[in-house]
Design a protein around this ligand. Structure first.
Ligand code: ADP
Ligand code: F6P
Length: 325
């Protein structure tokens, strides 16, 4: 479908990379071109914008990327863009490059940059891209599903060796200050305990006593999932060994969680969100973020979205707790 008014749309990825970002970039570029717009890719997030690191995007520029993790546009963190001078430079660069609107794929920090640009006259649409799933305006962020699946696959491997040795595997997962990855992993991996920063815990009650009770039922190997935001993972691991006498090993999964082939769900959500971003810009809308709520595509004013607060899913947390025995 060709649009009567051709505009130039820029797309960039910012903050931590996440599997599925490429699928979103692809959707933005393809939708824009299909509708008759000029599409440009900006490399290395806001830093690249300030440096004018821009490439024209054609249909084939985004071939063979839907299945790739990372971001073909590269990503960066840019302190300068947070300053008034940096913002001014960014706006001037958009004018110089003829950019009428931008799609910013990233987390809350990137959305703040998008809000500033929108307020300065460059309409921006934010797409939630982070493995942490810590953006309040959406139930789902691009990268979360793949990261959880990567954790599950890794823990399944750890389980094999834990079982063979009658050990306890303490697994530290990412999430920054949030425990969403941990809860999904805890349920999916049958962890005896899942510790997250959003809820207080008592090691003796929530881990040690449960392990002792489980030992009596004949199970001798354990998985404990700890969100990185909890901190002190090595101390937790040593404490478990000391109190239960069960050999315990810590595995910090780290950046392996950020890479890999995006899942089908990731690709679908990212594609729909990318499509929606172009629709909004075409309608002359800016300063909005796109998300998924109740399995439907939604969009909010960026300020409204940034003011929202996200908690963990209490019901999922309860499930993780009650069936881990
Ligand atoms: P994320 O987008 O994943 O939350 P960051 O918080 O690192 O990651 O933010 C990514 C980039 O967004 C920063 O490097 C900076 O360029 C920009 N940014 C972050 N916070 C602000 C802010 N308050 N104002 C303007 N730009 C910001
Ligand atoms: O926000 C994504 C994330 O992977 C967090 O889970 C983690 O705390 C952080 O980024 C790691 O950041 P860096 O890649 O800068 O080490």
């Amino acid at each position: 479908m060709m649009n009567e008014k051709m505009i130039t749309i820029g797309v960039l990825t910012s903050g931590g990379d996440a599997p599925g970002m490429n699928a979103a970039v692809r959707a933005v570029v393809r939708t824009g071109i299909t509708r008759g717009h000029r599409m440009v890719g900006i490399r290395r997030g806001y830093e690249g914008l300030l440096n004018g690191e821009v490439e024209e995007m054609k249909l084939r520029s985004v071939s063979e990327i839907i299945q790739r993790g990372g971001t073909v546009l590269y990503t960066a963190r840019c302190e300068e863009f947070k300053t008034e001078e940096g913002l001014k430079k960014g706006v001037e660069m958009c004018h110089k490059l003829g950019i009428d609107g931008l799609v910013i794929i990233g987390g809350d920090g990137s959305f703040k940059g998008a809000r500033n640009l929108s307020n300065a006259g460059i309409p921006c649409i934010g797409l939630p891209g982070t493995i942490d799933n810590d953006i309040a305006s959406t139930e789902y962020t691009i990268g979360f599903d793949t990261a959880v699946n990567t954790v599950v696959e890794s823990v399944d491997r750890l389980r094999d060796t834990s079982q063979s040795h009658d050990r306890c595997s303490v697994v530290e997962v990412m999430g920054r200050r949030a425990g969403h990855i941990a809860i999904y992993a805890g349920i999916s991996c049958g962890a005896i305990a899942t510790l997250i920063p959003e809820r207080p815990y008592d090691l003796d009650r929530d881990v040690i006593a449960r392990m002792r009770a489980t030992l009596k039922t004949g199970k001798h190997h354990f998985i404990v999932i700890v969100a990185e935001g909890v901190g002190n993972t090595q101390e937790i691991c040593s404490y478990i060994q000391e109190k239960t006498g069960i050999e315990s090993r810590l595995t910090v999964l780290g950046h392996v969680q950020r890479g890999g082939t995006p899942t089908a769900q990731e690709r679908v959500h990212a594609s729909v969100m990318g499509f929606r971003a172009v629709e909004l810009l075409e309608q002359g809308k800016g300063n909005r973020v796109v998300g998924i709520q109740n399995n439907r595509i939604v969009d909010y004013d960026i300020n409204e979205a940034l003011d929202m607060v996200k908690d963990i899913d209490e019901y999922l947390y309860k499930v993780a707790y009650e069936i881990s025995i």
